[in-house]
Write a protein that binds this ligand. Sequence first.
Ligand code: KIV
Length: 273
Amino acid sequence: MSIQSSIRRKTAPDIRARKQGEPIVMLTSYHAHTAALVDLHCDVILVGDSLGNVMHGFETTVPVTLDMMILQGAAVMRGSRQALVVVDMPFGSYEGSREQAFNSAVRIMKETQCGAVKLEGGVRMAETIAFLSGRGIPVMGHIGLTPQSINTLGSFRAQGRNEMDWGPIEDDAKAVADAGAFSVVVEAVAEPLARKITETIAIPTIGIGASAACDGQVLVLEDMLGLSPRTPKFVRRYGNLGPAIEAAIEGYAADVRSRAFPGPEHVYEMKKR
Ligand code: KIV
Protein backbone atom coordinates (compact mmCIF):
# COMPACT_ATOMS: atom_id res chain seq x y z
CA MET A 1 0.00 0.00 0.00
CA SER A 2 1.38 3.38 -0.87
CA ILE A 3 1.32 6.19 1.67
CA GLN A 4 -0.02 9.30 -0.02
CA SER A 5 0.02 12.71 1.62
CA SER A 6 -3.26 14.60 1.35
CA ILE A 7 -1.21 17.68 0.43
CA ARG A 8 -0.29 17.80 -3.22
CA ARG A 9 3.14 19.23 -3.90
CA LYS A 10 3.37 21.79 -6.71
CA THR A 11 5.00 20.59 -9.92
CA ALA A 12 7.04 22.19 -12.68
CA PRO A 13 3.97 22.20 -15.01
CA ASP A 14 1.97 24.02 -12.28
CA ILE A 15 4.62 26.75 -12.23
CA ARG A 16 4.83 26.82 -16.03
CA ALA A 17 1.05 27.40 -16.13
CA ARG A 18 1.42 30.56 -14.02
CA LYS A 19 2.69 32.62 -16.98
CA GLN A 20 0.89 35.96 -16.82
CA GLY A 21 -1.13 34.62 -13.87
CA GLU A 22 -0.68 35.05 -10.13
CA PRO A 23 2.95 36.07 -9.48
CA ILE A 24 5.24 33.18 -8.48
CA VAL A 25 6.71 33.48 -4.96
CA MET A 26 10.12 31.84 -4.56
CA LEU A 27 12.75 31.94 -1.80
CA THR A 28 15.90 29.98 -1.11
CA SER A 29 16.28 27.52 1.74
CA TYR A 30 19.03 25.05 2.55
CA HIS A 31 17.73 23.46 5.77
CA ALA A 32 14.71 21.45 6.93
CA HIS A 33 13.59 23.99 9.54
CA THR A 34 13.73 27.10 7.33
CA ALA A 35 12.17 25.06 4.50
CA ALA A 36 9.14 24.34 6.74
CA LEU A 37 8.62 28.11 7.22
CA VAL A 38 9.24 29.06 3.60
CA ASP A 39 6.89 26.28 2.52
CA LEU A 40 3.96 28.02 4.25
CA HIS A 41 4.02 30.99 1.86
CA CYS A 42 6.03 30.14 -1.25
CA ASP A 43 5.26 28.35 -4.51
CA VAL A 44 8.89 27.36 -5.11
CA ILE A 45 11.81 26.70 -2.75
CA LEU A 46 15.20 27.06 -4.39
CA VAL A 47 18.07 25.10 -2.89
CA GLY A 48 20.46 27.60 -4.41
CA ASP A 49 24.19 27.16 -4.78
CA SER A 50 24.28 30.47 -2.87
CA LEU A 51 24.55 28.01 0.05
CA GLY A 52 28.27 28.18 -0.73
CA ASN A 53 28.27 31.84 0.36
CA VAL A 54 25.61 31.65 3.08
CA MET A 55 26.41 28.34 4.81
CA HIS A 56 30.07 27.87 3.99
CA GLY A 57 31.45 31.42 3.76
CA PHE A 58 32.89 31.03 0.25
CA GLU A 59 33.42 34.25 -1.74
CA THR A 60 31.76 32.72 -4.83
CA THR A 61 29.58 29.71 -5.74
CA VAL A 62 32.41 28.09 -7.73
CA PRO A 63 33.61 25.72 -4.93
CA VAL A 64 30.12 24.23 -4.34
CA THR A 65 29.92 20.49 -5.08
CA LEU A 66 27.17 18.13 -6.22
CA ASP A 67 27.33 16.32 -2.86
CA MET A 68 26.74 19.59 -0.99
CA MET A 69 23.66 20.34 -3.13
CA ILE A 70 22.27 16.83 -2.66
CA LEU A 71 22.72 16.87 1.12
CA GLN A 72 20.87 20.20 1.52
CA GLY A 73 18.30 19.39 -1.19
CA ALA A 74 17.25 16.25 0.69
CA ALA A 75 16.98 18.26 3.94
CA VAL A 76 14.71 20.83 2.26
CA MET A 77 12.51 18.08 0.82
CA ARG A 78 12.12 16.59 4.33
CA GLY A 79 11.20 20.01 5.76
CA SER A 80 8.68 21.05 3.10
CA ARG A 81 5.34 19.67 1.94
CA GLN A 82 3.66 21.75 -0.74
CA ALA A 83 6.21 23.90 -2.60
CA LEU A 84 8.07 22.79 -5.70
CA VAL A 85 11.68 22.24 -4.62
CA VAL A 86 14.27 23.19 -7.25
CA VAL A 87 17.91 22.23 -6.66
CA ASP A 88 20.75 24.17 -8.31
CA MET A 89 23.24 22.24 -10.42
CA PRO A 90 26.64 23.44 -9.14
CA PHE A 91 29.51 24.72 -11.28
CA GLY A 92 31.33 21.88 -13.04
CA SER A 93 28.49 19.36 -12.74
CA TYR A 94 26.79 20.02 -16.10
CA GLU A 95 28.77 22.17 -18.54
CA GLY A 96 31.05 19.39 -19.86
CA SER A 97 28.44 17.55 -21.94
CA ARG A 98 24.74 16.73 -22.12
CA GLU A 99 25.53 13.30 -20.64
CA GLN A 100 27.43 14.79 -17.70
CA ALA A 101 24.46 17.09 -17.06
CA PHE A 102 22.03 14.18 -17.27
CA ASN A 103 24.03 12.03 -14.83
CA SER A 104 24.34 14.90 -12.33
CA ALA A 105 20.65 15.82 -12.62
CA VAL A 106 19.59 12.18 -12.15
CA ARG A 107 21.66 11.98 -8.96
CA ILE A 108 20.02 15.17 -7.68
CA MET A 109 16.50 13.98 -8.51
CA LYS A 110 16.95 10.43 -7.14
CA GLU A 111 18.85 11.33 -3.98
CA THR A 112 16.78 14.39 -2.99
CA GLN A 113 13.43 13.58 -4.66
CA CYS A 114 13.15 17.26 -5.64
CA GLY A 115 10.87 18.32 -8.49
CA ALA A 116 13.32 20.15 -10.77
CA VAL A 117 16.87 21.37 -11.26
CA LYS A 118 18.22 24.79 -12.19
CA LEU A 119 21.26 25.55 -14.32
CA GLU A 120 22.94 28.75 -15.50
CA GLY A 121 23.39 29.81 -19.12
CA GLY A 122 21.25 30.64 -22.14
CA VAL A 123 22.18 29.88 -25.75
CA ARG A 124 25.26 27.87 -24.69
CA MET A 125 23.14 25.55 -22.48
CA ALA A 126 20.07 25.24 -24.75
CA GLU A 127 21.04 21.84 -26.13
CA THR A 128 21.57 20.51 -22.60
CA ILE A 129 18.24 21.93 -21.38
CA ALA A 130 16.47 20.19 -24.31
CA PHE A 131 18.32 16.92 -23.54
CA LEU A 132 17.29 16.95 -19.87
CA SER A 133 13.72 18.17 -20.44
CA GLY A 134 13.21 15.48 -23.07
CA ARG A 135 14.29 12.82 -20.56
CA GLY A 136 11.99 13.61 -17.65
CA ILE A 137 14.02 16.28 -15.87
CA PRO A 138 12.26 19.63 -15.46
CA VAL A 139 14.76 22.47 -15.88
CA MET A 140 14.61 26.04 -14.62
CA GLY A 141 16.99 28.28 -16.58
CA HIS A 142 19.05 31.17 -15.20
CA ILE A 143 20.13 34.08 -17.42
CA GLY A 144 21.41 37.65 -17.08
CA LEU A 145 23.99 37.70 -14.32
CA THR A 146 25.18 34.12 -13.89
CA PRO A 147 27.29 34.00 -10.70
CA GLN A 148 29.01 30.69 -11.57
CA SER A 149 30.76 32.57 -14.43
CA ILE A 150 32.31 35.13 -12.07
CA ASN A 151 35.83 34.20 -13.16
CA THR A 152 35.10 35.10 -16.80
CA LEU A 153 32.74 38.01 -16.00
CA GLY A 154 35.21 39.63 -13.60
CA SER A 155 32.55 41.21 -11.35
CA PHE A 156 28.88 41.01 -10.35
CA ARG A 157 27.36 43.77 -12.50
CA ALA A 158 23.81 44.54 -13.63
CA GLN A 159 23.19 43.34 -17.18
CA GLY A 160 21.49 45.13 -20.10
CA ARG A 161 21.66 48.68 -18.76
CA ASN A 162 22.51 49.84 -22.28
CA GLU A 163 20.00 48.92 -25.00
CA MET A 164 22.90 48.06 -27.29
CA ASP A 165 23.72 45.11 -24.99
CA TRP A 166 20.21 43.62 -24.98
CA GLY A 167 20.60 41.27 -27.98
CA PRO A 168 22.56 38.42 -26.38
CA ILE A 169 20.39 38.43 -23.24
CA GLU A 170 17.20 38.32 -25.34
CA ASP A 171 18.72 35.46 -27.34
CA ASP A 172 19.50 33.62 -24.09
CA ALA A 173 15.91 34.00 -22.85
CA LYS A 174 14.46 32.74 -26.12
CA ALA A 175 16.93 29.82 -26.31
CA VAL A 176 16.09 28.63 -22.78
CA ALA A 177 12.33 28.86 -23.43
CA ASP A 178 12.56 27.16 -26.83
CA ALA A 179 14.71 24.37 -25.34
CA GLY A 180 11.87 23.39 -22.98
CA ALA A 181 12.73 24.99 -19.63
CA PHE A 182 9.59 25.43 -17.50
CA SER A 183 10.66 28.85 -16.16
CA VAL A 184 13.74 31.03 -16.03
CA VAL A 185 15.48 33.10 -13.36
CA VAL A 186 16.44 36.53 -14.72
CA GLU A 187 19.15 38.01 -12.51
CA ALA A 188 20.30 41.65 -12.30
CA VAL A 189 18.73 42.71 -15.59
CA ALA A 190 17.55 46.29 -16.21
CA GLU A 191 13.78 46.79 -15.94
CA PRO A 192 12.98 47.60 -19.61
CA LEU A 193 14.81 44.49 -20.79
CA ALA A 194 13.28 42.25 -18.09
CA ARG A 195 9.85 43.56 -19.14
CA LYS A 196 10.56 42.92 -22.83
CA ILE A 197 11.79 39.37 -22.15
CA THR A 198 8.78 38.67 -19.91
CA GLU A 199 6.41 39.89 -22.62
CA THR A 200 8.19 37.93 -25.34
CA ILE A 201 8.86 34.42 -24.02
CA ALA A 202 6.20 31.81 -23.29
CA ILE A 203 7.58 30.64 -19.90
CA PRO A 204 7.45 32.49 -16.55
CA THR A 205 10.37 34.76 -15.72
CA ILE A 206 11.43 34.87 -12.06
CA GLY A 207 13.33 38.03 -11.28
CA ILE A 208 16.08 38.74 -8.79
CA GLY A 209 17.16 42.36 -9.08
CA ALA A 210 15.25 42.47 -12.36
CA SER A 211 12.17 44.57 -11.41
CA ALA A 212 8.52 43.82 -10.76
CA ALA A 213 7.94 43.30 -14.49
CA CYS A 214 8.80 39.58 -14.11
CA ASP A 215 6.23 36.80 -13.59
CA GLY A 216 7.63 36.06 -10.12
CA GLN A 217 10.41 36.96 -7.70
CA VAL A 218 13.15 35.13 -5.83
CA LEU A 219 15.43 36.29 -3.02
CA VAL A 220 18.04 34.61 -0.86
CA LEU A 221 16.24 34.02 2.47
CA GLU A 222 19.14 35.16 4.66
CA ASP A 223 19.44 38.41 2.63
CA MET A 224 15.78 39.38 3.09
CA LEU A 225 15.90 38.43 6.79
CA GLY A 226 18.86 40.73 7.47
CA LEU A 227 21.19 37.85 8.34
CA SER A 228 23.76 38.28 5.57
CA PRO A 229 26.73 40.54 6.32
CA ARG A 230 26.59 42.00 2.76
CA THR A 231 23.60 42.10 0.41
CA PRO A 232 23.11 43.40 -3.14
CA LYS A 233 21.56 46.91 -3.26
CA PHE A 234 18.29 45.71 -4.78
CA VAL A 235 17.45 43.43 -1.81
CA ARG A 236 14.52 44.67 0.26
CA ARG A 237 14.81 43.58 3.89
CA TYR A 238 11.70 42.09 5.48
CA GLY A 239 13.34 41.46 8.84
CA ASN A 240 16.47 42.30 10.79
CA LEU A 241 17.22 39.02 12.52
CA GLY A 242 20.97 39.53 12.91
CA PRO A 243 20.67 41.80 16.00
CA ALA A 244 17.80 39.66 17.42
CA ILE A 245 19.91 36.49 17.19
CA GLU A 246 22.91 38.22 18.69
CA ALA A 247 20.77 39.51 21.61
CA ALA A 248 19.47 35.96 22.23
CA ILE A 249 23.02 34.55 22.24
CA GLU A 250 24.14 37.33 24.57
CA GLY A 251 21.26 36.44 26.94
CA TYR A 252 22.18 32.77 26.84
CA ALA A 253 25.86 33.50 27.53
CA ALA A 254 24.87 35.73 30.46
CA ASP A 255 22.60 32.98 31.90
CA VAL A 256 25.38 30.39 31.62
CA ARG A 257 27.93 32.69 33.23
CA SER A 258 25.60 33.60 36.10
CA ARG A 259 24.55 29.93 36.56
CA ALA A 260 20.90 30.90 35.88
CA PHE A 261 20.54 28.06 33.42
CA PRO A 262 17.32 25.91 33.53
CA GLY A 263 17.62 22.44 35.07
CA PRO A 264 16.94 19.08 33.35
CA GLU A 265 13.20 19.10 34.15
CA HIS A 266 12.87 21.95 31.59
CA VAL A 267 15.44 20.72 29.14
CA TYR A 268 13.48 17.58 28.22
CA GLU A 269 10.12 19.31 27.78
CA MET A 270 9.65 19.97 24.06
CA LYS A 271 7.98 23.32 23.43
CA LYS A 272 6.28 24.31 20.19
CA ARG A 273 7.41 27.53 18.59
O1 KIV B 1 21.86 30.27 -5.78
C1 KIV B 1 20.89 31.03 -5.65
O2 KIV B 1 20.42 31.33 -4.54
C2 KIV B 1 20.30 31.55 -6.87
C3 KIV B 1 19.35 32.70 -6.72
C4 KIV B 1 20.10 33.92 -6.37
C5 KIV B 1 18.50 32.87 -7.93
O3 KIV B 1 20.59 31.11 -7.93
